[in-house]
Design a binder for this molecule. Sequence first.
Ligand code: HPA
Ligand code: ZN
Length: 339
Amino acid sequence: MRDQSITDDLLKGIPKAELHIHIEGSLEPELMFEIAGRNGVPLRYASVEEVRSAYHFTDLQSFLDLYYEGMKVLLNEQDFYDLTWAYLQKTSSQGVRHAEIFFDPQAHTGRGVAFETVIGGIRQALLDGERLLGVSSALIMCFLRHLSAESAMETLSQALPYREWIAGVGLDSSEVGHPPEGFKAVFDEAEKYGFRRVAHAGEEGPPEYIWQALDILQVARIDHGVRCMEDQKLLKRLREEQVPLTVCPLSNVRLRVFDSIQEHPLKRMLQEGLCVTINSDDPAYFGGYVADNYCTVRDWLRFTREDFQKVAGNSFRASFLGERRKRQLLSELETYFAS
Ligand code: HPA
Ligand code: ZN
């Protein structure tokens, strides 16, 4: 039986950070239609309901195919602004005080949308989010691993004029068959410019990809990382070094990484002493924002108050925030659970 005193509102109110959210994955069908309409982009769906009913995925690739298709409506700076602003409003209503947001520039530049258009719109919304909602943020530019290392390097060059707007680089898209080691040169180059580094690893790919992300790409966090549970030596390493893992429970079930939420290892990962955080990944596609993921693990994985306090604390500790705001948010969290 779950603890009935842990209400949805209590979970929404927990001050938290979100560290694994692809901004393009927050494009709700309603906004997709609105932007498609004003940009004259044809959609192969007749209605918002038809889009939602198409969201049945069998694996990561089946999702990515629709994800890349949906974002084709995004053409102008205003579109990227509206996308980001909608996410910030929603996430702020779920207790998020700080968000570290992925974006996929190659998925836009590859369709002829300028890098500047993408980052300009996102950046303006982030500034407004800070000013009007009190949500601080950082941007993480992801390289698409199904494209070449040369394309990633070219993207890094395009980002350099915006160096101060981008906190770090990441690695996403189709995992299996595209191991981290292929991106060593671009991650080394990113380090020279002072970018933080993270990578998706161990979502569908084997534990070996997590080792590579740590040892070859020198990442500060692993995105997903759930397959670490298959490798005892890796578990020891992750625990000893307290490497943060940005876990996304609803995503993992929707993409069939696990057959059901009951089989999700998040609770066991916490019990193993790993530094886990809870995140939404692509909320418009997977049926929930960050607090919806918190509610799901309360309902199915018997998360306790102490568990939630721990993972919310981890979300701040694992963030790229400066020490001052980190301490301030951790103390807000402390106060929240004390009352
Ligand atoms: N995995 C890999 N690439 C992605 C994901 C994901 O869950 N979401 C958006 N791009
Ligand atoms: Zn992701």
